[in-house]
Design a binder for this molecule. Sequence first.
Ligand SMILES: Nc1ncnc2c1ncn2[C@@H]1O[C@H](COP(=O)(O)OP(=O)(O)OP(=O)(O)O)[C@@H](O)[C@H]1O
Ligand SMILES: [Mg+2]
Length: 630
Amino acid sequence: MQLRWWPRSIRWQMLASVVLLELLSLGLFAGVLISRQTNEVNQRAQQRLAHQANSLALQAQEALLHDRVSWIGPSVKMMGEAPSVAFAKVTDPAGNMLFVSAGEPEQHTLDLVERAQIPRMTRDQPTVFTLGDDRWEGVKPILVGGELRGFAWVESDRAWDRQELSGILRATVIFGSIWIVASGLLVWSMARAISGPLATLLRGTRALMNSPEQSGNFPLPVTVHSEIGDLIEAFNCMVASIAEQRSGLNDTLSMLDSMLANAPIGLAFFDRRCRIVRVNQIFADMTGIALNRHLGKTLPELLPQPVAQELEDTVQRIFSEETPVRNLELSGESGKPNRPWTWLASGYPVRTTPEHVRWVGVIVLDASERKRSEEALRKTEKLAATGRLAASIAHEINNPLEAITNVLFLLRNFCELEERALGYVVMAEHEARRISEITQQTLRFYRQSTLPARANMGELLDSVLSLYQGRLHTLNIEVERDYDPAVDLFCFAGEVRQVFANLVGNSIDATSAGGRLLVRARRSRNWKDPAQTGVRFVVADTGSGMEKAVREHVFEAFFTTKEVTGTGLGLWVSHEIIVKHRGLVHVRSRAASHKSVAAREKSSGTVFQIFLPDDPKLTAAVRQAVAAAV
Ligand SMILES: Nc1ncnc2c1ncn2[C@@H]1O[C@H](COP(=O)(O)OP(=O)(O)OP(=O)(O)O)[C@@H](O)[C@H]1O
Ligand SMILES: [Mg+2]
C-alpha cells in the first residue's frame, strides 16, 4: 500500500523512518521511566512521610515525657519548614488541633479523611495515607508510658516530588533530542551515499530508455566503493553488452529485411487468426494489392477463391500440426485478358520458443513461367511427333502415288481411249499431281535443315501460301505477293517457313471472306541499326485486328483468343525463331469497330514486320552456335 504522505526519496524515507522510530522509542522509554520514577518517588515520599511522622511523634513524646509541652511547637514548625513537607501538626487523641507549622491551631481542623484514619491506626507504626489530589500524609500516635496522648501529622509537599520527576523527564527529552538529531544526521549522510549513486543509475536508465542508440552517457561514473558502486559497474557492463547485442541484432535484422525485400519469392507471415502480419513486395505483386494494404488482412480479402481458402486451410493446418508443408501447387486465373498462373507454396511454423508457434511463414514461388515452358515443351513434342507422323504418311503415300501417276501416264499415252475417258485421265493426273505437291510440301515442312543454308525467300513464301491455297481460295481472300524472286537469305529455312506459316495462318483466321492478304519480302536494312543488311518481310491482312490488351501479349506462350482451336503457341514459337536468327519483329494492329463489314475492312487489320539479318558475321555466329549444339 502506498502512503500518500510518505516521502518518495530514499534519503527522506530513511530519515523519516529513523526519526519516527526514535521518537517512538523515546516516548516509550520516557513513559516507562516516568511511571517507574513516579512509583519510586511515591514510595520514597511515603517512607519519608512515615519517617517524618515518626520523628515528630518521638519529639512530642520526649517533650511530654519531660513535661515540656512548649518544645512541641518549635518541633512542629521545624518539621513544617523541611523542603519536602507542606504542613505539620500535632493533635490530641480526639483530633483537636494543638500545634501547627503555619498559622494558629484554631484555624485548622482535621478533615474527614484524616479523622477516618484515627480508629484504623496502629499504636506503634506510622500510617501513610492519601488525601486525594495527589496529596499524602503520614500520622503517628504519640504514646507516653503506653498512654495515647495525641497524633503527629506530616503532610508532604508534592511540588517537591514533582520537581524531581520533571528533572528526570527534562534530562530524558534533552538527551533523546540530541540522540535523534545525531542519528538523523548520520542516517542522512548514509542515505546520501546510497541515493546519490542510485540517482545517477536512474538517470542512466532513463537515458537508455529514451534513446537506446545514444551511448554518449555511458559508462556511468563510479563514485562510491560499495555494493552500489559494484551495481553501477555491473550496469555499465550490461549496457555495453546490450549495445553489442543490439548492433548484432540490427545487422541481422538489416540482412533479414533486405532478404525479405529482395528475395525473388513471395513471403508472407500469418498470425493465429490467419491475418497477415508481414509480406514482401513480390507477394504484394502476386496479389496485385499495394504492400501497405496487406497488414491485418486475411487471404480471402486478397486472393480469389478457391486458392485463398486452400492457402488459409494450409496455414491453419501448420498452426495445429506445427509441421511444415512443402510445394503446395495453387493455380488460378487473373488479369485482363485472363491469364492462367501457377504458384508453388511452402509453409512453415515460426517459433518464438521451442514450444510456442507464434506465426506461420509462407513462401510463394511463381511457377507460371516454368509451368508454361513445360507445357510448351510438351505440346511442341506432340507437334513434332504429329509432324513426323504426317511426314511418314506423306512419304508412304508417295510410292503408290508414283505408281498411279505412271499408270495414268501409260493410260494416256499408250491406250486408245475415247475422248471422254481421256478427259477423266487428264483430270486424274491433275489431281494426282496435287496430291504429290501436298505430300512434297508436308515432307519439306518436316525435313527441317539442321544446318543453316542460303534459301530463296520467294520460293519459301510461295510454299507457305500454297499450303494454305485451299483455305485462301475458299474464303476468297485476295493474296498480293510482293517479292523479288532473287531475295535469298542464309537461315534455317524450315524454321523461317514455320514463322510465315504461323503468320499467314493467323491472318487467314482473322480475315473474313473477301479480305486481302499482303506478303512482302525485300532486301532492306535493320530499322534499329541501319548498318545491318538483311530481308524485311511484311505480312499484312485486313482482318479483325487486335485490341491493345491482346496485342501486348501475342508473343507469350499459350496466349490465345481462339479458345478451342488455338494453342497460343504459334507466335511464341515464331518469336523464338526470329530471336534465334537475331532478327526483329514488330506488330501494328487496329481492332475492328462495330461498323459494316465494308467499313470494318477499311479500318481494321494487322501488320507484322520482320527483319532477318544476312551478314557474314552473323552467319559465322550461327555456324558456331550450331557447331556447339551438335
Ligand atoms: N493477324 C492477326 N489478326 C488478328 N489477331 C491475331 C493475328 N495474329 C495473331 N493474332 C492474335 O494473337 C493470338 C496468338 O496467336 P498465336 O498464333 O500465338 O496463337 P493462336 O493462333 O491463337 O493458336 P495457334 O497456336 O494454333 O497458332 C491469337 O489468338 C489472336 O488473337
Ligand atoms: Mg496461330
